[in-house]
Design a binder for this molecule. Structure first.
Ligand code: ZN
Length: 204
């Protein structure tokens, strides 16, 4: 079973060692990533590959529709560990165009538990209904909702007490909002970077 994957794994590990004999030993000894990635679980959005980072360089949290819900223990544990222990300097909230999770939040169909998970996106939709309704094209409306969802999650991260406390301690921490395009592999910076507590209220 899964022989192809096991063969791929052996080839990958051998390739890493061939290029850099100390590669795995260094990772055993420590991890010191400067970045936390909060992205979608979508199989077409491979975090490390997109930004060209090796194992050890990117701390990753992924869930459906790249949410940062302030009551989710999984996300909060990742956030606290990466900010307080790893002391990452950048948190990247990365959405992607064509996100099925965001689309599912507003298509009116019932799917079960996922309808509850994506509920925060319906709130974003409600809060920006005027702007979204003004867009004639359905695709453009979904693209904009995907961007607005990223911005909302940036706001969630930046207003969290772990992040607020880090800034109060004088720790350098920047929260960014990006969107990835499945069509061309490129990331767009939404220019909503938050570098301190005063920036949070400026977000739309
Ligand atoms: Zn997605």
């Amino acid at each position: 079973m899964l022989d192809e994957l096991k063969t791929n794994n052996r080839n990958w590990a051998a390739g890493k060692v061939a290029a850099d004999p100390g590669f795995f030993q260094r990772l055993v000894d420590q991890q010191a990533p400067k970045y936390l990635w909060i992205g979608c679980s979508d199989s077409r959005v491979p975090a490390n590959e997109i930004v060209g980072l090796d194992p050890g360089e990117l701390f990753v949290h992924r869930n459906v529709a790249n949410l940062a819900p302030p009551q989710d223990a999984n996300y909060l544990s990742v956030l606290q560990f990466s900010v307080e222990v790893l002391k990452v300097e950048h948190i990247l909230v990365v959405g992607h165009y064509g996100c099925g999770g965001v689309a599912a939040a507003v298509d009116g169909k019932r799917r079960g538990l996922i309808d509850h998970w994506v509920h925060p996106i319906r709130e974003v939709h409600h809060d920006h209904k005027h702007e979204l309704d003004a867009l004639a094209d359905e695709g453009a409306r979904l693209d904009r909702l995907i961007e607005l969802n990223v911005i909302r999650q940036v706001k969630n991260v930046a207003s969290d007490v772990f992040v607020q406390d880090a800034w109060a301690r004088g720790q350098t921490l920047n929260v960014h909002g990006w969107v990835y395009s499945l069509a061309n592999g490129l990331v767009t910076d939404l220019n909503v970077t938050v570098t301190g507590p005063d920036d949070v209220d400026k977000l739309p």
